[in-house]
Design a protein around this ligand. Structure first.
Ligand SMILES: [Zn+2]
Length: 400
């Protein structure tokens, strides 16, 4: 009976959102010197189903069929396109993998500075072609250890991050910083736990996510497309938990190197972190900001997102580079920050007016079309869920 109810909710949401299934994210969210810019070329080595409504659902085995999760937002089969540069470009990879590729094979990467490396993900929903490579990650090599920022979306991709690191340096990996709990950033973490002396750093809210019914749905969703790549998946509890107040930082020191890890609150997920590499003056902004992609709001708080983006512009306008969780890295004046913020503000204004005018939820969602955003990646996937979420969020704010 319970299963039937879940399916019913599922179908209802599916119809409502106007796409074939709730997506993965729903399952859970100063310029460089010329010379360095030119180094940013490709190396030659080269988010879901609905949340469980009740905690007893944990016990139940959850699985989906491919038909249930089918969507139009994956990566073109066989495509191997990588942009020539990964900074200040509107291009994005269309890069696929096959199931039989070895996990000891390095991934394509971009070298952004002497010691900062970047994995440029597809801007897409997980499917069997991109095999979960639908977000960005990277690592910084310091003399006292390698610091990895995000683990990509499967244990297998994370093993390939490790293989990539091993191909560029013998320095031990010391830390994995998981910026937030969404699959495309967090689901490779277990592969780092399997290495000696690596500490995983995460937001306090990661524990809440791991204890929620949502993770099981999210993992089941991802397995539907890429089961073999998810073998060995386990949710990872951080070894170092970031529990500082909003916009305050935890200082991670490795010898002379300092990484400031800021808590930017539950703006896009259960809890989000950004990382300032002070030595390089590079800011890994994760999903506080999106480049060439429509944001996803449903796990977060739109007011906090706007506040966080303003805080970013007020405090970090002098960084050499911002590296987002989706899309290319960017130099000042960081138009992606303003663009993401303006989208969220516009959606809030649209929905506040709809509510004021007595427009019901369904009609408001149907009419929330942003013509100038229609060609931005994942508009078709995220616009309706964002509309739906923000309408309900603003309604709820009226009772605060
Ligand atoms: Zn993401």
């Amino acid at each position: 009976m319970k299963k039937f109810m879940i399916i019913t909710i599922f179908i209802a949401l599916h119809l409502f959102s106007g796409c074939s299934v709730e997506t993965e994210e729903q399952a859970e969210s100063a310029s460089l010197p010329e010379q360095q810019m030119s180094q940013a070329a490709v190396s030659n080595k080269t988010d879901t189903p609905p949340a469980a409504e009740e905690s007893e659902e944990h016990e139940e085995h959850i699985a989906f069929t491919l038909e249930e999760v089918e969507h139009k937002f994956g990566t073109r089969p066989g495509s191997k396109f990588l942009p020539a540069v990964a900074i200040d470009t509107d291009e994005a990879p269309e890069f696929t993998f096959t199931e039989d590729e070895s996990d000891t094979e390095p991934l394509p990467y971009y070298k952004l500075t002497d010691n900062s490396y970047f994995f440029f993900g597809n801007i897409a929903e997980v499917d069997e072609n991109n095999r979960g490579m639908n977000g960005n990650a990277g690592f910084v090599v310091t003399p006292d250890g390698v610091v990895v920022i995000d683990s990509l979306g499967t244990p297998k991709l994370a093993r390939r991050i490790i293989a990539t690191i091993r191909s560029v340096t013998d320095i031990p990996i010391r830390y994995l910083i998981v910026t937030h709990n969404h699959p495309d950033h967090a689901y490779g973490a277990i592969s780092f736990k399997q290495i000696d002396n690596v500490d995983v750093i995460g937001h306090k809210a990661a524990i809440e996510y791991i204890n929620s019914g949502r993770i099981e749905h999210s993992v089941a969703y991802r397995r539907t497309f890429i089961e073999p790549d998810m073998v060995e998946f386990e949710a990872v509890r951080p070894d170092i938990i970031i529990d500082v107040p909003l916009y305050e930082k935890y200082e991670l020191k490795l010898g002379e190197y300092i990484f400031d890890i800021y808590n930017v609150g539950p703006q896009h997920s259960y809890g989000d972190l950004i990382v300032h590499d002070r030595n390089e003056n590079i800011l890994w902004v994760s999903d506080l900001v999106f480049n060439n992609r429509v944001t996803f709001m449903e796990d977060g708080h739109s007011k906090l997102a706007i506040q966080g983006q303003e805080w970013l512009l007020d405090n970090f306008s002098d960084v050499k580079l911002m590296i987002p969780g989706h899309g290319s890295a960017q130099t000042a004046p960081f138009p992606m920050v303003t663009k993401t913020m303006n989208y969220v503000k516009r959606m809030r204004e649209f929905m506040a007016k709809a509510i004021d005018d007595g427009v019901d939820l369904m009609d408001a969602v149907d009419t929330a079309e942003f013509e100038d955003w229609k060609n931005v990646r994942l508009y078709g996937l995220n616009q309706r869920p964002n509309s739906n979420f923000i309408y309900r969020e603003i309604e709820a704010e009226q009772f605060e």
